[in-house]
Structure formats: C-alpha cells, structure tokens
Design a protein around this ligand. Structure first.
Ligand code: ADP
Length: 314
C-alpha cells in the first residue's frame, strides 16, 4: 500500500551564495540541492515515515543521482522514477534578494522532467494510492505532463483515493487564461486545494478572496486551505472556518515551505486528526522548512517536529 504519491518535476536547485547577485552576473553558486515541488513534498513525507512515492523522470546524470540518493535515503519509494539516457535532469537556478524576493531561472520543459506521460503511468501502482498530491507547477510544464497528472488523479479517485492540489502558480511565466484552463480539470477531481496568497483568486477569476473560496467550495471541493506565510493558514469548508497555531521562526529560505506544509496537511489527514490539529502540524512543517537554505534541507523527522511544537508552546 502506497499511502501517498505525487507526480511531477524532480529538479536540481543551484543557488547563489550571496544576496542581490543577478543571475545574469558572474558569481558563485552553491548546490546542487535536490528539489522540485513534488519531490520536496514526497521527501518530507518519507522523513515522517509515511510510505510515499513520486512519479517522475530524471536524467542518467549526477543531478538525477543527487535526487534519487536523497529521496531513497529519506524513505521515499523511487520505483516510479524513470531514468532517461537522452535527457538531463531539470535544473532551477535561484538568486535571493535582501527584500526576501527570489528570482528563478528554470530548465524544465526540455529536461527529463518534461517527459512524464500517460503511457508510462503504472496503473496497478496508482490503484494502491490513498492520497495523490498534484502541483500546478507540474501542470505548467507541458501537455504530456498535464495529461499524466489528470489521468493519475482520475485513477486514484476511481479507486476511492483522495486528491489534493497545490496550485503553485507561476503567473510570471504563463498567461492567466492558460493557467485557469489547465487548473480546471484538476479542480474537478480534487478534494482539497491548498492555495497561497492570491492563488485562489487567480484560479477562479474572482476578485475577492472570500468569493474565490466560495466559488471553489461550490464545485464540491471538501476544503480550501489558504497558506498565509508567517501568519500560518486557514481552512475553509462549506460549513466552517478553521485555524491552527502558527509559529515564529527565523526564516532564511522560503523555498519548499508550501510543499512541506502540504506534506504536513496530508499527514494530519491520514491520522484522522481534528482540523485545527492538522493545520497546526502543517504550519509547524512549513515554518521549519524556511529555517535552512535549500529546498529539502528544512524538512524534519516526526520527533523533531513534535519537539519544535512543544518548545514553541512554552
Ligand atoms: P508557499 O510556499 O506555497 O507560497 P507559504 O509561503 O504561505 O506558501 O508557506 C506555507 C506555510 O509555511 C505557511 O502557511 C506557514 O504555515 C508556513 N510558513 C511559511 N513561511 C513562514 C514564516 N516566515 N514563518 C512561519 N511560518 C511560515
């Protein structure tokens, strides 16, 4: 039984060692760090001891190896990762600015990550999945990856599983109409949607946050969970609004916070916890993720998260 699976990009992140150095300028880089939103999500669950897997592709190269080594060391099932000889692993270059903003340069579309396709999905494997988590960043890669995500979500639903969706939008890369079009099929299939900031408005086209939430819930989605950075998160269901405890940390790198939050949310769902407890746990995972540079570096084991929550309560 695979409790949780995700499908999408596995990347190597290479980051500037100093602040405010444009990617167009000469300068030093650190990395590679294993990355890609779905990979960060799966890795965080693996660290919690949840049987989890990622469906994706890497190149037969060192960047692919750095991901496979990390994911397997953290307990993720890597049997659904295809290693391609004719493509290199996807890469994200990032630079950080002192106002907290980041700028990314991606090599994804024409990398191994862009080669996920319906024909390669293992249907027998997908039948065993209890929760499938889909990222909007994966839907944005290309038509083949999109179709594979829709198909995987459909198969998991048909077999009684749950689908969660993190819009993870890149409005700076793609036109809004295109984003809304590719989100629509997954919104029809998902049980939980986890937008951050103004993403609920962007995907629904509604101007006000409350109208965006209402419009999502009207489609039959069980809950909309809005991530709010250092303010934590809020869960809206058709009948109630829930908040958990948020945490104060010294944030050094926000990359991966949303993915670790999603992993914590799914973990709490699987435990059958009350909604406030699920949000508190997810907030703790999101907060901790920001405390170390590197996309996967800030995720922790279950006992470390519990210890952090305990200390923060005193
Ligand atoms: P995303 O990465 O998807 O944009 P957020 O930045 O809102 O999402 O982060 C996801 C979650 O991580 C938040 O809902 C919150 O629980 C936690 N988090 C993120 N940044 C911080 C921070 N600076 N301090 C405390 N918690 C944070």
């Amino acid at each position: 039984m695979h409790w949780v699976a995700t499908v999408g990009e596995i990347l190597a992140e290479v980051m500037r060692t100093g602040l405010n150095v444009a990617l167009s300028e000469p300068g030093l880089f650190a990395g590679p760090y294993p990355s890609g939103a779905p990979a960060i999500f799966a890795d965080a669950l693996g660290k919690l001891g949840v049987p989890s897997a990622i469906i994706g592709c890497v190149g037969d190269d060192d960047f692919g190896k750095c991901n496979i080594d990390r994911l397997s060391a953290d307990g993720v099932d890597i049997s659904q990762i295809r290693i391609l000889e004719d493509k290199i692993t996807g890469i994200a270059f990032v630079t950080y600015y002192d106002d907290g903003s980041r700028r990314f340069l991606y090599h994804i579309k024409d990398s191994a990550a862009g080669r996920i396709k319906v024909e390669d999905l293992d249907k027998e494997f997908l039948k065993t999945v209890k929760v499938l988590h889909v990222n909007g960043s994966s839907l944005a890669i290309n038509e083949n990856v999109r179709k594979a995500c829709y198909e995987a979500a459909g198969l998991v639903k048909e077999n009684g599983g749950i689908v969660s969706f993190d819009p993870n939008l890149r409005p700076e890369i793609l036109p809004l109409e295109e984003i809304q079009n590719y989100c629509r099929p997954i919104l029809k299939k998902c049980d939980y949607v986890l937008p951050s900031g103004g993403e609920a408005q962007l995907i629904t086209g509604e101007g006000a946050p409350e109208d965006a939430v209402k419009s999502l819930l009207a489609t039959g989605i069980k809950a909309v969970v809005v991530k709010k950075g250092e303010e934590g998160s809020v869960m809206y269901t058709p009948s109630a609004t829930h908040v958990g405890k948020s945490f104060q940390v010294k944030a050094v790198d926000p990359t991966g916070a949303g993915d670790c939050f999603s992993a914590g949310f799914v973990y709490g769902l699987l435990q059958g916890w009350p909604r406030e407890r699920i949000l508190t746990f997810a907030n703790a995972m999101g907060a901790l993720a920001t405390t170390k540079p590197g996309p996967m570096e800030g995720s922790r084991t279950l006992s470390q998260i519990n210890e952090f929550m305990e200390i923060s309560n005193n």
